[in-house]
Design a protein around this ligand. Sequence first.
Ligand SMILES: Cc1cc2nc3c(=O)[nH]c(=O)nc-3n(C[C@H](O)[C@H](O)[C@H](O)COP(=O)(O)OP(=O)(O)OC[C@H]3O[C@@H](n4cnc5c(N)ncnc54)[C@H](O)[C@@H]3O)c2cc1C
Length: 280
Amino acid sequence: MSGDLKVIGRAGLAPFTSLKVGGVAECLAEAFTTEGLKRALCNGATLLGKGSNVLCGDVDGIVVLNRTSEVSVEGNTVLAESGVGLIALSRFAASRNLGGLEWACGIPGSLGGAAKMNASAFGGSFADKLTALYIFEDGREVRVPKSEIKFAYRKGCDKPVLRAEFVLNYRPREESERIMRELTARRFAAQPKGHSLGSVFKNPSGFGLKSAGYYIEKCGFGGKEYKGLSVSEKHANFILNTGGAKPKDFLTLVEIIRSAVFGEFGIKLENEFESIGDIL
Ligand SMILES: Cc1cc2nc3c(=O)[nH]c(=O)nc-3n(C[C@H](O)[C@H](O)[C@H](O)COP(=O)(O)OP(=O)(O)OC[C@H]3O[C@@H](n4cnc5c(N)ncnc54)[C@H](O)[C@@H]3O)c2cc1C
């Protein structure tokens, strides 16, 4: 144990996810610095950011919570550790009259999770203003320019991310704040409150296809309950934990929905969330 890396020991993972459902980690640790994160990764740790897009089962070995938080600014270049939250970074950038991250103001993930998922919202995406990622490869930190990373819809970097570098544009603070207020209002109008992983399924791609939520709604799932879970009436692509659900129950409900949508519309919905560990 050191100031960089704190070992907690065997622990439940539910509190560290936005769904508040999860299995048990054989060894949970917290990394407060990039050095600590590297040490955990050298020991084969599985990374957890803010847990807002991951269903956790039982995990053998180490799970490391990424608590890194350093941000530095030089001109309009921002370099941030991967544990920094998207919400915090978009607000911080705005406070420095730097724009381009406003789209991220309501996404409860870390930069590392966003790099993996290529998080996006309201026409903006993680890759837009990114210039490079610092990843952990072969035991060392390597700077990888954006051009070498193949970003696609909900697909980003598949290596452990230590830092992200952005070049932002100058924008008066008040303008960024106005944009963020508008986007927050749109998010509140469209999405339910409560414990969730955000959108459960990716939107299907193809000419004339609608959102995943549209098909789930049409199959009559809006408001349906299943073992401590509830499909949101407001946004049918959100499953809320209403209490007592297990990781397996979440997966079962996901399969019930997937198979109903396939049966009705012939569309095979793909998971948007990630899973770690054994979900039994
Ligand atoms: C209410 C709500 C609203 C949401 N809205 C949106 C939205 O509008 N748009 C959107 O895109 N997403 C949205 N999400 C999903 C989620 O917030 C994003 O995908 C976010 O980027 C995940 O970041 P995280 O830190 O929570 O990742 P986690 O859930 O902790 O991890 C997700 C995956 O990334 C991996 N990972 C974590 N950290 C790193 C790292 N440093 N390096 C490499 N891999 C890593 C994990 O191992 C896991 O596989 C929403 C979620 C919620 C709960």
